[in-house]
Design a protein around this ligand. Structure first.
Ligand code: ADP
Ligand code: ZN
Length: 603
């Protein structure tokens, strides 16, 4: 990996040399020449020097006389006089008659030296570098520099490596990849029947769901070398470098076949080529090279390419067509069972109390990715160490969920009494609206201890089991719940605060999706008015409709949210005494569990 830095070093190196040369020329050579320059003297000086036998060489030209002193350091020049005996006198003084005393270095010469020469040097350096690059890009391997050499990390024979057992959950993905492992173990079985493995497999899913782990596990299970490189590593400063890295990577891989080549974040090079003027040449060349390499090797030579991305929709269709990355393995966020398993896998690495309820923690951490769960376990261990305990407990785990999701407790953030009261009412407002609509405990826990993420309170929702469909009523209830916090502020304080900005955003998002994507408005029937851009990264959407429709959508969104907001206010007004009681409880204790909440609500 050091190799990759060399080119930049040498570029800077050559330019430094260039600068030094200019410096030398300007500050040393030119003054020297200046000094050697001809000094104009009058004829009298010439005559007296002749008499004093101080002349070294002399040259009598048509209209001037050039001469040097005895040492020959300085050239003098004087006009020519009508002096008949000059030659004899010079001869007598011991001067040497020369025919070519150094010409005066002309102005032209000094320009050449101080300006043109450095420029030439620079151009030469530039050409030298480009030539090296071009050669390299053209496949030359005998370069002085290791530019464009792939720096894929190789894990040979990963005996210490990751196995499928280390990847918890993700059963479908594992099942899919087991076939690859089997093929790498016994290719004969497949060759016999004439089946060829897919050359490329695309692991698709949100960040932190274990795509890299799965790829490593395939190599670990099959006991073959694993080459790994990130898509962004291919894209270099110089056009052509990425392509040559791809070539190099595949060359190495073919030598080590059977093996796994893993390209992380392939969207960095595999984005759709859009043919824009001034598009990214380097990226396109790299992609083209990758396509060429994938076409170049036969199906059965044992190199299997796995690639990961969380933006599958942005990939170039050429990359996903049959013969290239034609198999797609979804690696989704873990469900409840998956989360529990992931927690257990990572808990094995730390010392943890026996009575920890992983299922409960998994339920609390709904929506967390594998990476976040790993982080939660580690945070719990860190917390145990901080408190001087020998092992992590249930409480550590629960607190660390909040840490990972909402940030650390802000120890010295002091809310004024009034603010704290508002936050308490706001959070209870959400919970109460939710509870009254569904008649069940809406939350695991609410705390009003400020977090470093900026949240003033934190509500841990109850996981409603695995739930894939949502009815219109459920979404409406959810919107009402989002507005519940603000509604409580209005009901109790008669004024509103900035605390509801996130609620507003979420409520609007849901309301908008109902109308534009789920076909839940009466006017638009089943017409899609919006397309989702990247489903794994936030899922932002763009409208696909006329301006008039847009206006109408906006109007309906407002109407929808308004209606739910009114419903929330109504619920709170009807349960005013419970709202006060619960909020007071939360204000005093700063934390309320789902159980305590339901007890107060129901008695
Ligand atoms: P991705 O490549 O999908 O972004 P990684 O494979 O790099 O995610 O996962 C990051 C970390 O998250 C892993 O090192 C591992 O500790 C943890 N992790 C993610 N998914 C799982 C899983 N299914 N089982 C166990 N650990 C996981
Ligand atoms: Zn809120």
């Amino acid at each position: 990996m050091n190799e990759i830095k060399k080119p930049r070093k040498s570029l800077a190196f050559y330019y430094t040399i260039g600068l030094i040369v200019i410096f030398l020329i300007n500050f040393l050579a030119i003054p020297y020449m200046e000094q050697r320059r001809v000094k104009q003297v009058d004829y009298g000086t010439f005559m007296s020097m002749t008499e004093n036998r101080e002349i070294g060489q002399v040259e009598i030209q048509d209209n001037q006389i050039l001469f040097t002193d005895k040492a020959g350091d300085q050239i003098y020049k004087t006009g020519k006089m009508d002096d008949p005996n000059l030659v004899e006198r010079l001869h007598a003084s011991g001067a040497e008659f020369a025919s070519e005393i150094v010409e005066e270095p002309s102005l032209l010469m000094s320009i050449l030296m101080s300006w043109v020469l450095p420029m030439v040097i620079f151009i030469l350096i530039g050409q030298m570098l480009t030539k090296k690059l071009m050669n390299k890009a053209g496949g030359g391997n005998s370069m002085m520099f290791n530019m464009g050499k792939s720096n894929a990390k190789v894990y040979v024979k990963s005996s210490e490596g990751i196995r499928f057992a280390d990847v918890a959950g993700e059963d479908e993905a594992k099942e899919n990849l087991t076939e690859i492992v089997d093929y790498l173990h016994t290719p004969g079985k497949y060759k016999e029947i004439g089946a060829s493995m897919p050359k490329g497999i695309l692991l698709v899913g949100p960040p932190g769901t274990g795509k890299t782990m799965l790829a490593k596990a395939v190599a670990g299970e099959a006991n073959v070398p694993f080459f790994s490189m990130s898509g962004s590593e291919f894209v270099e400063m110089f056009v052509g470098m990425g392509a040559s890295k791809v070539r190099d990577l595949f060359k190495q891989a073919k030598e080590k076949a059977p093996c796994i080549v893993f390209i992380d974040e392939i969207d960095a090079i595999g984005k759709k080529r859009d043919g824009q003027i001034g598009g990214n040449d380097e990226r396109e060349q790299t992609l083209n090279q990758l396509l060429t390499e994938m076409d170049g090797f036969e199906g059965n030579n044992g190199v299997i390419i796995l690639a990961a991305t969380n933006r599958p929709e942005s990939l170039d269709p050429a990359l996903t067509r049959p013969g290239r990355f034609d198999r797609r393995v979804p690696v989704e966020l873990p469900d409840l069972k998956g989360r529990e398993e992931i927690l257990k896998v990572h808990a094995k690495k730390i010392k943890i109390a026996d009575n920890v309820d992983f299922n409960k923690i998994a339920r609390m951490a709904s929506g967390a990715s594998g990476a976040e769960l790993a982080n939660i376990v580690n945070e719990a261990a860190l917390r145990a160490v901080r408190d001087g305990r020998k092992f992590a407990t249930q409480a550590d785990m629960e607190e660390s969920i909040e840490v990972v999701i909402a940030g650390y407790q802000k120890k010295n953030a002091i809310l004024t009494t009034q603010e704290k009261l508002i936050v308490a009412y706001h959070e209870i407002g959400h919970a109460l609206v939710a509870a009254k609509q569904t008649n069940s405990a809406p939350v695991q826990k609410i705390t009003i201890i400020p977090r470093t993420s900026g949240a003033l309170g934190y509500t841990m929702q109850v996981e409603e089991g695995n739930h894939y469909l949502m009815s219109k009523e459920e979404i409406e209830n959810k919107i009402a719940t989002y507005t519940g916090g603000r509604a409580a502020e209005e009901v109790i304080f008669g004024s509103v605060t900035t605390g509801a900005s996130n609620d507003i955003e979420q409520a609007t998002k849901l309301a908008r999706a109902m109308i534009t994507r789920y076909g839940m408005s009466k006017d638009f029937d089943m017409v899609a008015l919006e397309t989702v851009n990247n489903q794994y990264l936030g899922g932002d959407a763009s409208l696909v409709c006329s301006a008039e429709t847009q206006t109408e959508i906006d109007r309906q969104v407002v109407e929808l949210v308004k209606k739910q907001h009114q419903k929330a206010v109504q619920i709170l007004l009807e349960n005013r005494d419970k709202l006060d009681e619960l909020s007071q409880f939360l204000y005093d204790r700063e934390t309320i569990t789902g159980e305590e909440f339901m007890n107060i609500l129901n008695n």
